[in-house]
Design a protein around this ligand. Structure first.
Ligand SMILES: [Zn+2]
Length: 638
């Protein structure tokens, strides 16, 4: 086990502090861990031992629960159906023991303070107050909101019973950061690949097979009737898609872990996505595309905006092959035309048949391309390395099930966890599109009339690089672009300007005389007008640039003068800046080259700015997208 020296949260290391002296001695320092894994061993006189792993957010350590600690865990599992892997406990009484046969150290836990379960969409956190002297556990509930910002400490108090006020401050930084926020990743912490875990996985099988017999009799649940956090369900379905193992980066620990996903089709031709994080290794080889299985145990989630459902499977999930061949093998396809899609709500899930017109980006982890059908053009974006091997070709007709429509500034269709590429060129819709395309030039269909002056920002970059390569850096050029001013720097963007209209240079303060002075014109003025010099970021569909907007244009953009803005309070100033962001503008850029300490770099000055003629734009069918939104979404999927 290698320990990361930079990590502040090495709780497992703390367990072994002075372990040579403390071996087999009771210890009472309170440390919190997430449990992962469960293996029950019966002793004589009906006592049990439970083997599990303590996880500190980064590392695993094998531990044995015994006595009351074991009884309480078992009770929670058998009677309350709480998944061990969702429990967080705080050790009270424990020791380090050496197992001679295994030549390994383990932690033996006799008492712990409470169990917190991390389950469900809201990450419901239930604290079971475990009082060793009381026969009944008291249960207090609280909700942990996902990604809640700073939490006032007063919120940490228990509402229902003030006498048992206890802070659930989970000490481990990986579990919480100065608040009750429990890191999303805790839910997805994979069992680390230690030998102890591998052994445990084998042992799990015995445990699960016992349970399997009991559950065989259960009724089959339909996907259409599954709902978030549904406790007991049995799903029978065909795996119609299985991804490769993919990396995902744990947000907190920063470590790379594997996951994979499947798409399950049931007898009603409904689909649900299955995700395997902690149970990745366990089920990856077992599951085969095309086969029918019975699935049990797993956390069901649903996207409220579009109704898509998913199951996050875990170590406790039970999956067995089924001989029910009646289950269909291809999902229903409900195609919409691209024009119909444009009118849908943000996040809608759609099936699409379209032809690739232009490939914008084609890398291992991200592909974006423009497609069209007989109605209009739209951008498709495929996110993540799972599409790395997808070969895109201009003119190819491509069939997608389950793309997600983004109706943000830049409309686009995006891959999501339920997305599938359907390999079926025999579909009627494909044939119809083929017929429509016959004799047309794919390069020109519905493309905007490109006047030479208007270019997009990536073309601008190419243009600038060309000038640099050709050494034409003394030239001043002009280009028109469409773009969104996504950011206006909110500081150092106004200066006292020389009253001489032909000068307008920055005046310097002369504190002695309480006045300002222009070095060029030698003019002094004790209350000069202020001018804008705005540093902005301009974005279009595929890239962004930094540009400068001088006074005259800035006044036009912001709708007031620098002096007017200066008279406002900071809050109002901020609002003005923000209200101007994310409006699409047509801009004329002046392109100059400047020497920044030996490096020649372009500077873009915005010389004209005008509202976009949306009527014309619609005609030109500009494809648009919101990268920030997409990236956020991607991090949620993973
Ligand atoms: Zn001047």
């Amino acid at each position: 086990m290698s320990l990361n020296p930079n990590s502040s949260l090495n709780k497992i290391e703390q367990l072994f502090h002075n372990y040579e002296q403390n071996l087999n001695q009771y210890q009472f320092n309170r440390l919190q861990f997430k449990l992962s894994g469960y293996k029950e061993k019966k002793l004589i006189n009906d006592k049990i031992l439970i083997e599990t792993n303590l996880n500190d957010g980064q590392y695993n350590q094998t531990a044995i629960l015994t006595g009351k600690a074991a009884d309480i865990i078992k009770k929670n599992i058998d009677e309350l159906f709480i998944n061990v892997n969702s429990m967080v406990i705080q050790l009270i009484k424990w020791k380090v023991a050496y197992m001679k046969n295994e030549q390994t150290y383990i932690i033996v836990i006799y008492e712990f303070q409470y169990i917190t379960t991390l389950e469900g969409e809201q990450y419901e956190c239930t604290q079971y107050k475990v009082d060793q002297h009381l026969p009944v556990q008291r249960k207090v509930k609280l909700l942990i909101q996902k990604n809640r910002p700073t939490v006032n400490t007063s919120n940490l108090q228990w509402q229902p019973n003030q006498s048992s006020v206890k802070k659930v401050k989970i000490e481990n930084q990986s579990f919480s950061k100065d608040s009750l926020i429990i890191d999303d990743n805790l839910l997805n912490i994979s069992i680390l690949d230690t030998s102890a875990c591998k052994k445990q996985q084998g042992q799990f099988k015995d445990y699960q097979q016992q349970h399997q017999i009991q559950q065989q009799q259960q009724e089959i649940t339909k996907i259409s009737s599954m709902y978030p956090s549904m406790k007991k369900w049995v799903l029978e379905g065909r795996v119609i898609f299985k991804s490769q193992q993919q990396d995902y980066r744990c947000k907190k620990s920063g470590t790379l872990k594997n996951y994979f996903r499947i798409i399950i089709l049931d007898c009603e031709q409904e689909i649900i996505t299955g995700l395997f994080y902690e149970a990745c290794n366990k089920f990856f080889t077992l599951l085969q595309e095309g086969k029918v299985y019975i699935f049990k145990n797993g956390c069901i989630g649903q996207d409220k905006t579009n109704g898509t459902k998913k199951i996050i499977f875990n170590e406790y999930s039970i999956i067995s092959e089924s001989q029910n061949y009646v289950i269909p093998s291809s999902p229903q396809l409900n195609f919409s035309t691209l024009q119909e899609i444009e009118t849908l709500q943000h996040n809608s899930i759609v099936d699409v048949v379209a032809v690739i017109q232009e490939i914008k980006q084609d890398s291992e982890s991200y592909k974006s391309f423009i497609v069209l059908d007989h109605t209009t053009r739209l951008t498709i974006k495929l996110w993540g390395p799972q599409y790395g091997k997808v070969h895109l070709q201009k003119g190819e007709i491509i069939v997608f099930k389950g793309l997600k429509f983004y109706s943000t500034n830049f409309k686009s269709l995006n891959s999501d966890y339920q997305t599938m590429i359907i390999q079926n060129q025999e579909l009627n819709e494909v044939k119809q599109l083929k017929t429509w395309l016959a004799g047309k030039n794919i390069d020109t269909i519905m493309k905007p009339n490109q006047d030479n002056q208007t270019i997009d920002l990536s073309q601008l970059n190419e243009f600038v690089i060309q000038l640099l390569n050709e050494g034409k850096t003394s030239l001043t050029s002009y280009k028109y672009v469409y773009g969104y001013i996504i950011e206006i720097q909110e500081y150092r963007n106004m200066y006292p300007s020389c009253p001489n209209i032909r000068c307008k240079s920055k005046m310097e303060e002369v504190p002695i005389r309480k006045t300002f002075r222009c070095k060029k014109c030698l003019v002094e003025n004790d209350s000069p007008k202020f001018s804008f010099v705005l540093n902005v970021t301009i974005m279009d569909e595929f890239t962004n640039i930094k540009a400068v907007i001088f006074d005259e244009i800035a006044v036009k953009l912001l709708g007031l003068t620098a002096d007017q803005l200066r008279s406002m309070n900071l809050e109002d100033q901020k609002n003005i800046y923000q209200s101007k962001a994310f409006q699409q503008k047509k801009m004329k850029l002046q392109i100059l080259f400047k020497d920044y300490s030996g490096q020649i770099q372009p500077q873009y000055n915005v010389q004209e700015i005008s509202d976009v003629d949306y009527k014309q734009l619609t005609l030109q069918a500009i494809e648009t997208f919101d990268e920030i939104d997409n990236l956020l979404n991607l991090s949620l999927i993973l």
